[in-house]
Each structure stands twice: as structure tokens, then as C-alpha cells.
Design a protein around this ligand. Structure first.
Ligand SMILES: Nc1nc2c(ncn2[C@@H]2O[C@H](COP(=O)(O)OP(=O)(O)OP(=O)(O)O)[C@@H](O)[C@H]2O)c(=O)[nH]1
Length: 383
């Protein structure tokens, strides 16, 4: 069988990248799926096309190819960061591309078009390492170590190849350097490696997109849209997990919170004001608890807090603090301030409760008592 030659393999890679660009553009345009990230990735696919086209080999063809490869890697780096919703700024990527572009421009103007290999390879190695790190950080919470490693490996390979190309250009690799410095159009092995790298990177990007979708769906199904707190179902799930800790001897407190006379807020100020009051309450509760505590909205104006590793006495202090905080921070609506108060029902379970059966029913009963005793107070019981 005739082995595939380099130009054929490069054309396959070109077609693959055109297809990739179309698919990501369709995701952005038609399905509005991560549109900003999708446009950047589509741009990366498209920028690679001129870099791979079998241009006639002149001293300038390498310069053009290097410039387009650099652009493609930069767009990919920006796209991955956007896809993973990493909060870092983009100055590192922009600085690398900006400095290298200036250097390439200076080379072009001074007639050294053939000497672009070292600066672009250094820049691409740096960008590939940045993407490698971003994928590791962004994918680690959602994927197993194996999948995260598989997704980030192509970027490590891209960084490695570019480092080797720099070493080869400096003559530090001896005989092995010919393959790395060979024009792609003449080396089937290099062309095949390019195709493989493009395939692996594309599969990794699809996995990242799926990860983002799954995370988003998880968020939508577990949070309350008005306040951003967990919804009832998600809170009950967390409670089941924490109850397992109680059985292992760790204390847990449940705190039910219900706004007093909330109907009056709606009736006097309107439903929109009622909604804003619930957001105000959520913010105050959130600011008054630890990161490990869990806040959920049970429905209407009723909220629940799960306080892990918190015995009864400490939980009473937390509840009293939250109650006083709500009373001291009136809710402001259209220039009018309105004091909100709430009743708190607390149930605590600890290491003595071998059954670990601390549930919402007991906290609810305490909340009922707090309402019955005149509201704006904390009632507590040990499970
Ligand atoms: N604005 C707004 N109101 C809501 C929402 N969910 C429930 N409500 C209203 O909350 C009010 C709850 O009223 P009640 O159950 O009588 O309780 P309350 O007025 O707070 O009285 P107590 O709990 O006995 O102190 C009802 O008027 C509901 O319509 C919401 O998401 N937004």
C-alpha cells in the first residue's frame, strides 16, 4: 500500500480544521453554546489553515506559517480560558503574542523573514504551557485525574515540540534536529504528528465544552433562580451527606429561617419588593456564615442553613447573630427602608446521637414555636 505523503496528510488536517471552525461557529451562532469561547476556538481552527496550506517553499513561507500558528495558539489559549471560565486576566497571553508579533514585524521590515522560527516557537511553547496549566486547573474539579491528564497532554506535547524546535534551531540536538527543522510539506512524519495533535486537541476541547454544559445544568437544577441559594432538593441531598458525618461522631446543626409577616411586605410594597427583600435576606445570611455552611431556600420566604461541625451552643450563637443582623440592617426599597425580622428554629445533633437522625422536622417544630412565642426569636432543641 502506498504510504500517505506529507501534502495529503496536511490537506486532511486543513479540511479537519475547516470543519472544526464550522462546527464551533455553529455552536456559537445557532446554539449559543459558550459563544465567546466558541468563536475564539473557531478562529483558532481557521487561523491554522493558512499555516498548513502547501505554499511554495520560499524563505517567507515559514514566516507566514509561523505567524498564523502563533495566532491560532493564542486564540486557542484565550478560548480555553473562556471555556473554563477561569477568572484570571488575559494579560499573559496578550503580552506573549504582542511581544512576539513586534519581533516578527521587526524581522519582516529588516528583511529577515526566514528567522521567525525561534521567537514563534518560544511563544508557542509558553502559550501551550499556559493552556496546559489552565486545563489542569479548570478540569480537575469535574474530571478524574486520568481524564484531566489526557486532556492536558496534547498541550504538554505542543510545548515540548516547540522547545525541541528551539534547541534544534540553536544546533543543540545534533543529528536529531533535521526532522524538527524539516519543512512540514516534505516530512510525512511531521505532517502525521500535526494531524494527530489537532485531533487530540479537538477531542479535549469537546470534552471541556461538555464539562461546562454539565456544570451549568448541575447549577440550574440545584439552585434557586431568585436568590442563588441551593433549592430544596439540593439542600436535602447535602443534608443526607452531612448526616453521614453525624453518624461518624461529628456535630451538625440545622437552622430554619422564616421571615416574619412577609405577606405584609408584598401587600404594602409589591411583589418585586418582596423578591428584593428575599435577596437582601439571602445576602445577609450568606455574609454571616462560614464557607463550609450550606444555605438553601426551602420555598417562599423560608430558608434553611446546615452548619457542619457546630454543636447546639455554638449554633444558637450563630442564629442569634443572624437574627440581630437582619433586624439591624433594614431593607431599602425605592428610598423607603423597611425593617425585616425573622424567626429561627434550630435543631442540633452531635456525637452522642449514634443514629445520626437529625432532620428538618425538629428544626421546623422549633421554628413553629418561635412563631408562636411572638416571632423575631430563636428556639432550639437537641436532637
Ligand atoms: N415576593 C415574593 N413573595 C413570595 C415568594 N414566595 C412566597 N411569597 C409570599 O410570601 C408570603 C408568605 O406569607 P405567609 O405564609 O402568610 O407568612 P408571613 O406573612 O411571613 O407570616 P408569618 O410567617 O406567620 O410571620 C405569601 O404572601 C406568599 O405569596 C416569592 O418568591 N417572592
Amino acid at each position: 500500500m502506498q504510504p500517505l505523503d506529507a501534502p495529503t496528510l496536511l490537506m486532511v488536517t486543513v479540511v479537519f480544521n475547516c470543519f472544526g471552525a464550522l462546527v464551533w461557529a455553529a455552536l456559537a451562532l445557532l446554539f449559543r453554546l459558550a459563544p465567546r469561547a466558541a468563536w475564539l476556538v473557531a478562529g483558532a481552527h481557521l487561523s491554522l489553515v493558512p499555516a498548513l496550506l502547501p505554499l511554495p517553499l520560499t524563505p517567507w513561507s515559514g514566516w507566514w506559517a509561523d505567524a498564523f500558528k502563533l495566532l491560532a495558539t493564542a486564540l486557542l489559549a484565550l478560548g480555553v480560558r473562556q471555556l473554563m471560565r477561569l477568572s484570571q486576566a488575559r494579560w499573559d497571553i496578550i503580552a506573549i503574542v504582542g511581544l512576539t508579533a513586534l519581533l516578527l514585524l521587526w524581522q519582516a521590515l529588516s528583511g529577515e523573514g526566514g528567522a521567525s522560527l525561534v521567537p514563534t516557537s518560544v511563544a508557542m511553547a509558553l502559550l501551550a504551557m499556559i493552556i496546559f496549566r489552565d486545563v489542569l486547573i479548570g478540569a480537575a474539579p469535574g474530571f478524574s485525574t486520568l481524564v484531566t491528564s489526557l486532556m492536558s497532554a496534547p498541550f504538554a506535547a505542543l510545548a515540548g515540540v516547540n522547545v525541541l524546535r528551539v534547541l534544534a534551531a540553536w544546533g543543540l540536538l545534533g543529528g536529531g534536529s533535521t526532522l524538527l527543522l524539516h519543512p512540514r510539506q516534505q516530512s510525512p512524519l511531521l505532517a502525521a504528528l500535526w494531524l494527530l495533535l489537532c485531533l487530540c486537541i479537538s477531542m479535549g476541547l469537546v470534552a471541556l465544552l461538555l464539562h461546562r454544559l454539565i456544570t451549568r445544568i448541575g447549577q440550574l437544577t440545584s439552585t434557586d433562580t431568585l436568590t442563588g441559594a441551593l433549592n430544596r432538593r439540593a439542600l436535602q441531598q447535602r443534608l443526607v451527606e452531612l448526616q453521614a458525618q453525624v453518624r461518624r461522631g461529628r456535630p451538625l446543626s440545622l437552622l430554619m429561617v422564616d421571615v416574619d409577616h412577609f405577606k405584609r411586605v408584598n401587600d404594602s410594597l409589591g411583589h418585586a419588593a418582596g423578591d428584593a427583600a428575599l435577596v437582601h435576606l439571602t445576602e445577609l445570611l450568606r455574609q454571616g456564615i462560614r464557607d463550609v455552611d450550606v444555605l438553601g431556600r426551602m420555598g417562599g420566604e423560608e430558608f434553611c442553613l446546615l452548619l457542619p461541625d457546630t454543636p447546639l451552643a455554638a449554633a444558637v450563637e450563630v442564629a442569634e447573630r443572624l437574627r440581630a443582623r437582619l433586624q439591624a440592617n433594614p431593607f431599602v426599597w425605592q428610598g423607603r427602608s423597611q425593617t425585616l425580622t425573622a424567626s429561627f428554629g434550630l435543631a442540633a445533633g452531635n456525637s452522642d446521637d449514634a443514629s445520626g437522625r437529625i432532620g428538618l422536622g425538629l428544626a421546623d417544630a422549633q421554628l413553629y414555636q418561635a412563631k408562636a412565642q411572638g416571632r423575631n426569636r430563636v428556639c432550639a432543641a437537641q436532637a
